[in-house]
Design a protein around this ligand. Structure first.
Ligand code: HEM
Length: 170
């Protein structure tokens, strides 16, 4: 049995009820990890956050899809591979693995809460599968130091009005 239709239905319902879930998802991320908001200092337009979330939803859809021939519960496929590479990429951004691992549960929580009483057991099972596969993928990765690297932008960049030319904002 594929969990994908239930996962898709949860996204459709959430968007029908509340529109774009992006503001709620990032609000929840920054409420849980206030120091992380500054990590998006390059993202003047919001496009990086938009791309990050769009790719994450794409990944969620893949993680919900059957991969093993019998539709089994193993990890594998593009979604797992993408999650693994992004975990390593985010090491270089200075995002601790433990914070990185919170993002999918935050997305799941916002979709569940937005669906409210329309969130069915089948939708819950689909999201549980996604979260289980993601956790298994991250647990199987080689470790990182998990140390947060918090940057004070004003310590490392030229004065704010001279930055644009050297550090293009997207
Ligand atoms: C499932 C988890 C996550 C995935 C799949 C993911 C994916 C991505 C992707 C694809 C980008 C590149 C966007 C672009 O420039 O086109 C990105 C950028 C970024 N992500 Fe994530 N992300 C995740 C979790 C997080 C978390 C929890 C944080 C914590 C704050 C974070 C912080 C960042 C930052 C700061 C950037 C921008 C880096 C820069 O170019 O300046 N990410 N992410």
């Amino acid at each position: 049995m594929s969990h994908l239709p239930a996962l898709e239905a949860s996204l459709e319902l959430a968007v029908t009820r509340s529109g774009d879930p992006q503001p709620a998802i990032y609000a929840r991320l920054f409420a849980l990890h206030p120091a992380m908001e500054a990590e998006f200092w390059r993202d003047g337009s919001g496009r990086i956050r938009g791309e990050m979330l769009a790719r994450s939803f794409e990944m969620v859809l893949d993680l919900a899809a059957p991969h093993a021939p019998e539709g089994g519960q193993g990890i594998g496929g593009w979604g797992s591979a993408f999650l693994g590479t992004e975990a390593v990429t985010h090491d270089a951004y200075g995002i601790p693995r433990a914070v990185f691992a919170d993002f999918l549960p935050i997305m799941a929580g916002v979709i569940r809460d937005t669906c409210g009483d329309g969130f069915t057991p089948a939708m819950a099972a689909a999201w549980d599968l996604v979260l289980d596969r993601a956790a298994a993928t991250l647990a199987a990765l080689p470790g990182s130091s998990m140390e947060a690297r918090v940057i004070d932008v004003d310590d490392v960049l030229p004065p704010r009005d001279e930055r644009g030319i050297f550090f293009p904002m997207r």
